[in-house]
Write a protein that binds this ligand. Structure first.
Ligand code: GLU
Length: 448
């Protein structure tokens, strides 16, 4: 039999990071076994549902490439839920109960409760093994607020059955619901599906990754510049691994290697640095053109906010610097706010005291700058595109005069910052004319 799995998000928040992992595991299991993967929007909580959250769920799954074979909306099954309730009541397996309202004891409400004979229930969880519940503790639990308002427990059981779901793979927080679901499956005469409850994703302090926490949604990481594949690859290994040292997997490889039995039982700790590491691996695979399209819009926005004029050809040349320095495009804005990239686009205003290397003198700094000005003036414009050529042109001189004494004033004159990329990198990006002008400016500031 080809398995059918489902992911059943409620549109009460942006798609949760943990749900993306559950969806991935449902997807991998279905695809590995030539089955199908269903997306069901559980939109029955009218007070908390919001259309923008529903749109976000579709948007993020499409972005991740986790395409469902079929999509349902739970609210469309309302008539069917009512039909099932009617049938349960007719067979005296459920009943309408008049009782004081939970929030106001002076008011009476009608709810529908399942008759529960209080048996022991054992099911074999595909990850956690046999789990036994004494269902007496549940009593006759509520399954609907009215004939047209089924609760989650009833709706999920009916929908799973009607949609042919064979394997319910979901978060461990649902384990205790499973006893109710099995009782309902039995009352309705439905075959009980197989269950697999995934360990929770924990924050480094071992707390739950709650829905309200910043960084708990897929959208958050997407906005930070995490690539879909990096996210997929990272979450695949949160609580599962194929038992080898391999860390980078295509979706196809994951499908081939995935086994429910190798999912860990204990909670998986979320490590944002590891996610960023994955992102850097995938960024390294982008061509320069792709990387530019990925990173430069963020650089442009950040620089324009600072009033720095944009220049396309300079920006393209910063790609190698950005590749080295960022793990995600979201890193660019905070660095740019610190003035980190200004010097590629406009002349710095170097402070005369800082031009001089600590153990050197202003006269020496000026002399070194003059020498480099001479050497670089004689170079062809094209040589400036070549970082190594620029380095070679002054290396012997720098070595004989003391590298720090020579390279510090050069680097500082070009960047105006105590910390920045090496001077040859900067010169190769800004070109001959700007490099010489900055060196002359610095010498003028020294007044020597
Ligand atoms: N709608 C439920 C949730 O968002 C999932 C139900 C289930 O997987 O059984 O937690």
């Amino acid at each position: 039999m080809n398995p059918v799995t489902r992911i059943a998000p409620s549109p009460t928040g942006y798609l949760h990071f943990g749900l993306a992992r559950t969806a991935l595991f449902c997807y991998l299991f279905a695809k590995k076994n030539s089955g199908s993967f269903i997306l069901r929007i559980e939109d029955t909580d009218l007070e908390r549902n919001r259309p923008e959250f529903e749109a976000d769920i579709f948007e993020q799954f499409a972005w991740l490439g986790l395409n469902a074979d079929k999509t349902f909306k739970q609210s469309e099954h309302r008539p069917r839920h009512t039909e099932v309730l009617t049938d349960l009541i007719a067979r005296d397996l459920a009943y309408v109960s008049r009782e004081p309202a939970k929030d106001d004891a002076s008011k009476e409400v009608e709810v529908i409760r399942l008759r529960n004979s209080g048996q022991m229930i054992t099911f074999t969880d595909l990850i956690r093994g046999d789990i036994t519940f004494d269902t007496t503790e549940l009593g006759d639990f509520v399954i609907a607020r009215s004939m047209s308002e089924p609760l989650y427990h009833l709706a999920v059981v009916v929908d799973d059955h009607d949609e042919g779901v064979t394997h319910v793979i979901r978060g461990e927080d649902h384990v205790s619901n499973t006893q109710r679901h099995i009782l309902l499956h039995q009352a309705l005469g439905f075959e009980v599906p197989a269950y697999a409850h995934l360990p929770l994703i924990l924050m480094p302090d071992k707390s739950k990754m709650s829905k309200r926490r910043e960084g708990s949604s897929v959208r958050y990481y997407r906005e930070q510049g995490i690539l879909p594949h990096a996210l997929i690859n990272y979450v695949a290994l949160l609580g599962w691994n194929p038992g080898t040292e391999q860390e980078i997997f295509t979706l196809q490889e994951l499908i081939e290697l995935f086994e429910i039995s190798s999912i860990h039982k204990s909670g998986a700790v979320f490590d944002v640095e590891k996610l960023r590491w994955y992102n850097k691996q995938y960024l390294a695979r982008l061509s320069d053109e792709e990387f530019a399209a990925y990173a430069l819009p963020a650089l442009r926005t950040a620089l324009e906010k600072r009033g720095v004029d944009w220049n396309d050809s300079i920006a393209l040349k910063t790609v190698p610097v950005l590749r080295e320095r960022i793990a995600a495009s979201g890193d660019i804005a905070p660095m740019a706010e610190e003035g980190e990239f200004d010097y590629f686009f406009k002349h710095p205003e170097p402070d005369s005291a800082s031009i001089v290397q600590k153990k050197s003198t202003a006269a020496d700094a000026s002399r070194h700058l003059q020498k480099i000005h001479e050497v670089w003036s004689a170079l062809a414009e094209e040589s400036f595109a070549d970082h190594d050529r620029l380095k070679e042109s002054v290396w012997e001189y720098a070595t004989s005069e003391g590298r720090g004494n020579v390279l510090w004033p050069l680097r500082y004159s070009l960047s105006g910052r105590e910390k920045s990329p090496d001077p040859f990198m900067i010169a190769s990006i800004i070109g001959k004319h700007a490099s010489l002008e900055r060196i002359s400016n610095a010498r003028q500031r020294l007044g020597l």
